[in-house]
Ligand binder design. Structure first.
Ligand code: NAG
Ligand code: NAG
Ligand code: NAG
Ligand code: NAG
Length: 369
C-alpha cells in the first residue's frame, strides 16, 4: 500500500513538472497559418483555422500583421464578438507581431478593430479547455497505468479525468520481466519506463501462467518464503487481486495443485466468468496434465479431465468464439462446447459437480505427394 501511495506522489510531481513545463514551453500557434493576421479570404477562414488546432492553456497565439494596417482587440462576450462590437473592448494590441499567452480557461474573443475587417471575417474565437489537469494528463500520459495513478491522487483529479469523452490511445502490450527485486513491467506508451508492480510480500519469484485482455496476469506466488503456494489473478491497471484455487477437492480425494496455464471466458469481474486451465497435483504430479474448469471466485476445483491417450495430453489453451479450445500433443483440438456447474444429491448431501460436453477436432495430415 505504501508503495502505491509513493507511486501516486511520484506521478503527482511529474504532473506538476509538466504543468510548469507546459506553461513555460506551450505550443506556438501562428494564427491563420501561412496567411497570418489580415483580411480573411472568406468569412470562416479563422474559424476554420482554429478548428484544426488543439489550442489549450499554456499555449501562445502569434498574430503576424503590419502595424497600422491591422490590430487586435479582445472583447469579453460572444454577443459582442458576433456583432463586431467595439463598445467594451478589454484589450487592444497594435504593434505587430503580437504574442498572446493563454493563461486562463474560458472562451476568448479577438478581432481586428480596423474598418470592416471584423465583419469580413478577421476574427478569432478560442475555446479553451477549462480542465487543465485533464488536458495535461491527456497530452502527457498516454499510458493507462499512469492515468490511473493520477486518478488515485485526489477526487478532483479523478473528476477531471472522467467521463472519458475522449478516446485514449489503445493500450499496447506490456513487457513483464523478472528482476532481482521482483518483476517489473514496461510500456512503450510510458516511454519504456518500468512501472512499479505491486505483489504480496514474498512474491519475488512468482511464476506467470497466463494473461487476459492485456491487464490481467495469472500468477503463482512462490512458496519459498514460508507462505503457502498461492494462485492469484492480478490486474496491472488497478492492482486488484483475485484468488484462484490452490486445491482440488473431490469425493475421493483432496490434493494441492499447481496450475500450469489458464485463461478466462470474460472479464473476471463479470458475472458468470469461467476459468479453464490445466493443472497437476502437488508435490507428486501425474504424468499428464489435467484439464479443469471453475467459476471465478471458486476456492477449490471440483473435478479434472484427462484422457489416457498421450496424443490428447494438453499443451495449450485459448478461449475463442465462445468456447475453450485445448491444443493437444497430437495437434488435435479439444473444444469444450458446454461447461455445466450443477448441484446434485450425493452421499454427503447436496454436492457440486462439473460436466463438460466435448468435441474433438482431429488433426489430419494432408499427405500430399
Ligand atoms: C476560405 O479560404 C480558404 C483559403 O483560401 C479555403 O481553403 C477555404 O475553403 C475557404 N472557405 C470557404 C467556406 O470558402
Ligand atoms: C488534436 O488532438 C487530437 C486528439 O488528441 C489529435 O488526434 C489531432 O491530431 C490533434 N490535431 C492537431 C492539429 O494537433
Ligand atoms: C459594457 O460594460 C458595462 C460595464 O462593465 C456594462 O454595463 C455594459 O452592459 C457593457 N456593454 C456591453 C455591450 O456588453
Ligand atoms: C482490469 O483491467 C481491465 C483491462 O482489461 C479494465 O478494463 C478493468 O477495468 C480492470 N478491472 C478492475 C476491476 O479494475
Amino acid at each position: 500500500m505504501a508503495s502505491k501511495i509513493q507511486y501516486a506522489f511520484l506521478l503527482l510531481s511529474a504532473v506538476m513538472a509538466s504543468l510548469f513545463a507546459g506553461s513555460a514551453a506551450g505550443v506556438y500557434h501562428i494564427v491563420g497559418a501561412g496567411k497570418g493576421w489580415r483580411m480573411a479570404p472568406n468569412k470562416t477562414y479563422y474559424e476554420d483555422w482554429a478548428r484544426t488546432r488543439n489550442i489549450s492553456i499554456g499555449d501562445k497565439l502569434m498574430f503576424l500583421y503590419r502595424s497600422g494596417v491591422y490590430n487586435i482587440v479582445e472583447v469579453p462576450t460572444k454577443e459582442q464578438f458576433d456583432k463586431c462590437s467595439m463598445k467594451n473592448i478589454t484589450n487592444r494590441w497594435q504593434n505587430g507581431p503580437t504574442i498572446i499567452e493563454l493563461t486562463q480557461p474560458g472562451p476568448l474573443y479577438y478581432f481586428c478593430g480596423v474598418g470592416k475587417h471584423c465583419e469580413e471575417g478577421q476574427k478569432l474565437a478560442i475555446n479553451l479547455c477549462d480542465d487543465i489537469i485533464g488536458e495535461i494528463v491527456r497530452r502527457h500520459f498516454p499510458c493507462e497505468v499512469d492515468r490511473l495513478a493520477v486518478e488515485l491522487v485526489c477526487r478532483s483529479w479523478r473528476t477531471a479525468l472522467e467521463p472519458p469523452a475522449w478516446a485514449p490511445p489503445p493500450q499496447l502490450p506490456w513487457i513483464v520481466l523478472p528482476e532481482a527485486d521482483g518483476p517489473a513491467f514496461y510500456c512503450v506508451l510510458s516511454g519504456c519506463r518500468a512501472h512499479p508492480f505491486f505483489l504480496p510480500h514474498g512474491a519475488r519469484r512468482s511464476r506467470f501462467f497466463g494473461s487476459y485482455d492485456g491487464a490481467w496476469l495469472f500468477l503463482a506466488v512462490d512458496p519459498a518464503q514460508g507462505k503457502e503456494r498461492d494462485h492469484i489473478l492480478v490486474n496491472l491497471s488497478s492492482f486488484e487481486f483475485l484468488d484462484l484455487p490452490n486445491m482440488i477437492v473431490s469425493l475421493e480425494f483432496e490434493r494441492e495443485i499447481v496450475i500450469a496455464a489458464a485463461t478466462l471466458s470474460s472479464q473476471p469481474t463479470e458475472q458468470g466468468c469461467i476459468v479453464a486451465g490445466f493443472i497437476n497435483f502437488y508435490p507428486l504430479p501425474q504424468y499428464q496434465w489435467l484439464i479443469a474448469f471453475w467459476r471465478m471466485g471458486d476456492r477449490v476445483i471440483l473435478r479434472s479431465f484427462a484422457e489416457d491417450d498421450a496424443c490428447m495430453d494438453v499443451e495449450d489453451l485459448i478461449y475463442s468464439a465462445g468456447y475453450f479450445h485445448f491444443l493437444t500433443r497430437g495437434e488435435h483440438i479439444r473444444v469444450s462446447r458446454q461447461v455445466i456447474f450443477h448441484q446434485f444429491h450425493g452421499q454427503q448431501g447436496v454436492e457440486e459437480g462439473v460436466e463438460v460436453n466435448w468435441e474433438v477436432l482431429l488433426f489430419q495430415p494432408r499427405g500430399d505427394g
